[in-house]
Each structure stands twice: as C-alpha cells, then as structure tokens.
Design a protein around this ligand. Structure first.
Ligand SMILES: *Cc1c(COP(=O)(O)O)cnc(C)c1O
Length: 387
C-alpha cells in the first residue's frame, strides 16, 4: 500500500538523519527569534538588510490595506493588476536599469516562468550544477535538452556550447550560490552567451539589495550592461524583506513572458499590501548604503574571528557564510550545541549540498549587532575546535 511505502520512506529519512523539522517562531523575523519561549540569536534568515520588520514598511502595509484592500481578486491578465502592481513593475525596471520588469508572486514561480516559456524541444539549457532547486525544476519543465556543467567551469561550458546545435540556447545560473555564497563569473558567462548566441538568465535572489551600487544587484556589481541577451531574476522576500520576485530585461522578452508564461497567467496577483510595501522597500534599499556597509563589516569580522579554526568558511564575499563541516552528524551536533547556547545556525545536509559537505550556513544581516556576532564567534570557537 502506498501509505506503508511512505512510512518506510519517512523512517529511512529519519535513519539517515535527513528529516526536516520546522520550528515555530513566536516573534517577527529579526536578529532574535523566540522559539518555545526561548530567545535565541538567529543566523538563518535571508533578511540581509533587516527590512522584514521595518517600521516604515509596516506603515506602508497599513496604508496600503486602507487604500487598496487586502486581495487583488484575480490574475494579472484578468483584473488583478492594480495600480501598485503597475507602479512596482516600473520602479523595478528603472532600479535595475532594464527595459521592463514583470512581478511574480515568488521567486520559484518566476524561475518556472522563464526557461519553460523561452525554450522548447530542439533547444538547450546549460545550467551550473549548484543552481537553486527552482532553476533545476524549471529546466526539467522546459522540454529542452538539460546540460549541467560543473560549478563555475567556464571551459566545460564553452565546450558544450560549441558542440551544441540547438536552435535556442539558454545559460542558467545563480548569481550568488545559495548554499556556498560565492559569485558566478557573470562577465565571463555573458561573454560566452555573446560568443555562442545564447541567453544568459541570472538568478539574483541573494545579490539583489545587497551587492552593487545602491544595492542594484549582481549585474550592477560586475558593471554588466543591459542587453537583449540578459534576463535578470531577483527575489523580493530576501533583502527586500517582503515576498515576491521579478524578471527584468528586453521588452520583447518580457512581453512574451507576460503573454505566455503560465506561472504569470494562471495565478492570482499578489495582495496589493505586499506590492505597495515593496515599493517602500525599494526606497530603503536604494538608500541603504549604511546597512550594506554594516553588513560588510560583519562579514569581515566573522571571517577574521573564525580564520584559525580547523573547519573553514567557504570563500564567500556575501552575507551567506558557510562553515564547512563534512559529516551530517557532526554538523547536526554542532548546530544542536549552538542552539542550546542560544545561537541558531542551520545545519545544511545532503541532498541540499553534496554528500560529505554538510555545513553550518551562517547568514548575516545588517540587523545583527557586532555583540550578537561576537557571541556566535566565541561559542563557535569553543565547540568547533573539538568537533
Ligand atoms: C530563494 C531562492 C529562490 C526562490 O525564491 P522565493 O521567492 O523564495 O520563491 C530562487 N532562487 C534562489 C537562488 C533562491 O535562493
């Protein structure tokens, strides 16, 4: 019976230490979390600029509810595209310097919209092996050939592009890899896209708001020009502090997505509260140099504080600072010890990361104080040395 199989499957996950557990938080997203009455310092969220509970955004949400109500009532292409949705799309396009932007309810949906709408049979997708799950799913949903190249291996990618006789080619990459924190070589990838007549789709979930002048993201960080070959995806539930995502680029590509992308058409447009709050969030991001500078100081402080441990931080210039542990059990044990001491750092295990590379994924936020970070450094040093 199928239920027995499921129970066996669950028991198997449990025996491999792979069961996921949700914790219920009794306080808003922030540097401190409250779980079952215990207050802990949290290094888990993607709220890199500390905007998720920002008073200006709470006020924007309240005003939007008064003015626009709480629901959009329909899909964008029926009657759910309210003035705040239109304004947000315009603001996003201008902010990232692209011709047009489309707003999606989540980054997962935005990624499912891009590849399956732009490529089909006889086309090919070239994807970095460490890409986010949503890009992998998108490539599977598209009926094109799916070629995965070793992480950051430009030579391998160039060879595969050169060999390909696909009609349309699409290179898919995270800009900041979500479990490693490192940056994709975007200028080189863009050059390959030009040389082999491909599109380059950049998922900037972890770069938007954090990297580049004014927090404009990874393309701005590398100074890449806008180009019909570039398609930018950014999420708005991480540094932007709310939820949703956008795809931006050439106006013809955007119009095609609007006409054809099923995850845009067959879903209810987000609540106007969320959208209006995001407009306010864009202002905070644009004026967020101080937050970004503080975040950079925290990153440097963490790296200096852990530099002589037996375990090393993966080389990451971003707010994602993974401490490589290796075995699942050791990673779990360390995370457990930290939690008992009031420090919440998630252990990331296979299949999310390759076998043997379990890690503590420390994510920093501009909302953290140096004292909070120092508590983590000090306790981590105590336990990690003997782990
Ligand atoms: C979080 C994330 C997504 C998904 O975005 P959501 O808005 O959370 O659905 C997509 N790509 C990457 C790289 C991410 O980290």
């Amino acid at each position: 019976m199928i239920w027995d199989e499921l129970e066996t499957g669950l028991a198997q996950l449990a025996s491999e230490g792979l069961l996921r557990r949700r914790r219920t938080l009794d306080a808003p997203c922030g540097p401190e979390a409250v779980i079952e009455g215990q207050r802990v310092i949290a290094f888990c969220s993607n709220d890199y600029l500390g905007l998720a509970n920002h008073p200006a955004l709470i006020a924007a949400a309240q005003q939007a509810a008064e003015r626009w109500g709480v629901g959009s009532g329909a899909s964008h292409v029926v009657s759910g595209h309210l003035r705040p949705h239109a304004e947000l799309e315009e603001r996003l396009a201008a902010f990232v310097g692209q011709e047009r932007a489309l707003y999606f309810t989540t980054g997962y949906m935005a990624n499912l919209a891009i590849a399956p709408t732009l490529v089909e049979r006889n086309d090919a997708i070239f994807a970095d092996k460490l890409n986010h799950a949503s890009l992998i799913d998108a490539a599977q949903l598209a009926r094109a050939e799916h070629i995965r190249y070793p992480h950051g291996d430009l030579d391998h990618l160039a060879r595969r592009l050169a060999q390909s006789s696909a009609r349309r080619k699409l290179i898919l990459t995270d800009a900041v890899f979500s479990m490693d924190g490192d940056l994709a070589p975007l200028p080189e990838l863009f050059e390959l896209a030009e040389r082999y007549d491909a599109w380059l789709v950049v998922d900037d979930a972890h770069g938007f708001g954090v990297l580049g002048p004014g927090g404009r993201g990874s393309l701005a960080h590398f100074g890449l020009p806008s180009s019909p070959r570039l398609i930018l995806m950014g999420t708005l539930g991480k540094a932007a502090g709310v939820s949703g995502a956008f795809v931006a680029g050439d106006r013809r590509v955007m119009e095609w997505l609007m006409q054809r992308a099923r995850p845009y058409i067959f879903t209810t447009a987000s609540s106007p509260i969320i959208v209006a709050t995001l407009i306010a969030s864009l202002d905070l991001i644009a004026n967020g140099d101080e937050r970004r500078a503080h975040l950079q100081r925290l990153i440097a402080r963490l790296q200096a504080g852990l530099s002589d441990l037996p375990q090393s931080l993966l080389p990451s210039p971003t707010a994602i600072q993974p401490l490589l542990i290796g075995g699942n059990d050791v990673a779990m044990q360390l995370a457990g010890q930290l939690f008992e001491r009031g420090l919440w750092v998630p252990a990331i295990r296979p299949p999310t990361v390759p076998i043997g590379s379990a890690r503590l994924r420390i994510s920093l936020s501009a909302a953290h104080s140096e004292a909070q970070l120092d508590a983590l450094i000090k306790t981590l040093r105590e336990y990690a040395v003997n782990a």
